[in-house]
Design a protein around this ligand. Sequence first.
Ligand code: XMP
Length: 430
Amino acid sequence: MKQDMIVILDLGSTENTVVARQIRDMGVYSEIHPHDITVDELKALNNVKGVILNGGENRVVDGVAVDVMPEIYDCGFPVISIDHPTSKCETKYDSLPDDATMKAFLFDVCKAEANWNMKNFVEDQVELIRRQVGDKKVLLALSGGVDSSVVAALLIKAIGKQLVCVHVNHGLMRKNESESVVEVFRNQLNANLVYVDATDRFLGKLENVADPEQKRKIIGAEFIRVFEEEARKLEGIDFLGQGTIYPDIIESGTKTAKVVKSHHNVGGLPEDLQFELVEPLLQLFKDEVRACGIELGLPAEMVYRQPFPGPGLGVRCLGAITRDRLEALRESDAILREEFAKAGLDKKVWQYFTVVPDFKAVGVRNHERSMGYMCVIRAVNTIDAMTATIERIDYDILEKIADRITAEVPSINRVVYEITKKPVATIEFE
Ligand code: XMP
């Protein structure tokens, strides 16, 4: 293994990720593990050089202060504690040590080497994946989003054709999105890729369904059903690959932190389809996942793409989805993305898309009164998607986008720019 590691044990701190980032910024790989890890489990991790007990405001769970296993204090690795003065640890800090102190711990006390970089991370993960999987097969739902694409590329590097990727096109993908998944993974990376065009099936189920929650439920449930059907057709699969990343774990709740929102992994698969999970990105933050994708040679458009909701264009084609409105949405969205890229806004704005409501407005086309759809442009900036502000787009750019959309998408005759913050609006309309 290439990388040394510092293990952070989570004793209810809200700053585990801050400590992990501080250490990684110094060139040393760090992983966050639950407080009740055993010494054997700790020693089974690779190249551990030191341990940090990271306590904090959530240390008391159900009235009892959690602690590490007593043996951890003399496990043979250097141990420090960041917490209140009561800690049993010999070296303790009551707040995050400054960079000089942390460096002294890493390099003088633990004798760690600054060998954390994406090249080494990829090499280590390739070795770990091969060790875990052996000659067995891994199944992966490849949506084409950043996380699933990066995990696919990593698994392809490690086990090649032993990975079976399934891409379900639910008909609610953006323009050229499914095509690019096939191009990159099947044609360029030579992956074992099952492509399922389930457009008719999804749109059939969604016909006349106008309620947003109902739409989301149908799309989610149908997705699992299609994936499950494909999984049943394949033989000899023992593992399920997943692009779970560190923020997903935090949001789903750790042993000390409360649940923010359950992350939507394949918890929905039926019990008789039992797989062991392969989750090589589990300890990475989003920017690190992107760096890993670049290291693996994935195209920048795929690695730096903006967030896209699981239900896809389904929640932007408002109300009951119709094929003509969905097409208008897909085309207007493609124009918006093209113009944002030309203006350099794609690198600046966090998320931007079009929305097509389910009504028609009066317009004039070819000197005649005509009814057309309205297209809403949304462009927002945010850190964590919990709150968001709008981007102040230049009027010339907005006008050019409006001109192109109304010229190139005949069913749209109005374009508006939405200027509401979150809260009170949400980012998506449904
Ligand atoms: P809202 O609309 O809640 O969106 O302000 C916040 C962020 O979450 C994305 N989003 C989703 N992502 N599955 C996802 O993976 C979903 O069902 C979903 N709904 C919303 C949204 O695009 C925005 O970035």
